[in-house]
Design a protein around this ligand. Structure first.
Ligand SMILES: Nc1ncnc2c1ncn2[C@@H]1O[C@H](COP(=O)(O)OP(=O)(O)OP(=O)(O)O)[C@@H](O)[C@H]1O
Ligand SMILES: [Mg+2]
Length: 277
């Protein structure tokens, strides 16, 4: 009798303990940083990070806040696709592997606090700043730098500021600009092939320390959050400007980019909650 009862208790406890263990294992993961669009956790291997993509969306230095259902899933996949392709083009980057629907394992690096903006066509902030009409083709690819500082609103800076304040060395900036132009050439062609014009985009780079070696690598993400992508035929916007300007169809636009890139996705209506991994 007693034994039978004991057995029942043990069996009943099994799933309970299992779930609790699972929960404990998850919460033991160390959160390094929570940003506007992503959360960083310590990776299982040294020198790695898990990058979790959220559905949260912000614009205008986080004055406008919202949620784009399924965005995290789409950006994880789109960024994976692009970083994998860039790796094949010998552009060193932080991507190691995708872990699940919203997470990818990346190389941990020291981010250079400079956003690199690559512009092929005038759009967004440059238009207001310099009085240029949106959609004007630029005579050459224009690279701008912004200081990565939420407090200061990521201000545009000159290259000289980078050296004056020691954010990166001239040698590092030579490499960064070289990679930025190669990424632009590659992505412009890749998007043109699927009927999309690459108007502009933002890149972040970091220093990756591998034993004795220190290397500049491409980091963060490349997705419709940080790119302007217009349909070649109609000029329809397929990026975060749909959210910034309340144009509607934001989810559909991100989905369309993923679809044209040939990314196969499960039904996103089932994936709107952020606990889907
Ligand atoms: N490989 C990497 N190693 C370390 N940090 C990284 C790496 N890739 C990206 N990051 C940083 O992780 C953070 C990602 O979070 P998110 O994009 O949500 O930040 P954010 O709120 O946009 O803030 P930020 O203005 O710093 O980008 C960014 O600060 C980015 O610079
Ligand atoms: Mg960011």
């Amino acid at each position: 009798m007693f034994r039978a009862r004991d057995t029942v208790v043990v069996i009943n406890n099994l799933p309970f303990n299992f779930l609790r263990e699972g929960h404990r294992r998850m919460s033991r993961r160390t959160k390094i940083y929570e940003g506007k669009a992503k959360i960083l956790y310590e990776g299982s291997e040294p020198n790695t990070i898990i990058q979790y993509f959220k559905d949260d969306a912000t614009a205008f230095n986080a004055q406008k806040k919202g949620n784009i259902s399924g965005k995290g899933v789409l950006n994880n996949r789109i960024s994976e696709r692009i970083f994998t392709a860039l790796d094949k083009m010998n552009i060193p980057n932080h991507f190691i592997k995708r872990i699940n629907m919203r997470e990818q394992l990346i190389k941990k690096c020291e981010i250079v606090p400079v956003e690199v903006i690559i512009r092929n066509v005038a759009a967004g902030s440059i238009c207001g700043r310099l009085g240029i009409e949106e959609g004007s083709e630029l005579p050459n690819t224009l690279i701008e730098f912004c200081y990565k500082s939420d407090e200061q609103g990521d201000p545009v800076i000159a290259e000289e500021h980078i050296y004056t304040f020691g954010w990166a060395s001239p040698e590092e900036m030579d490499e960064i600009v070289h990679y930025a132009l190669r990424v632009n050439d590659f992505l412009s062609g890749m998007f043109a092939a699927i009927g999309i014009r690459l108007i502009d985009f933002k890149l972040e780079f970091g220093r990756y320390f591998d034993g004795e070696n220190e290397q500049i690598i491409l980091a963060d993400e490349i997705s419709p959050d940080g790119c302007r992508l217009w349909d070649i035929e109609t000029n329809e916007k397929l990026d975060k400007d749909r959210f910034r300007r309340d144009l509607g169809g934001v989810e559909d636009a991100y989905m369309e980019v993923a679809r044209r890139l040939g990314i196969k996705l499960p039904d996103l209506s089932e994936l709107s909650s952020e606990d889907d991994k």
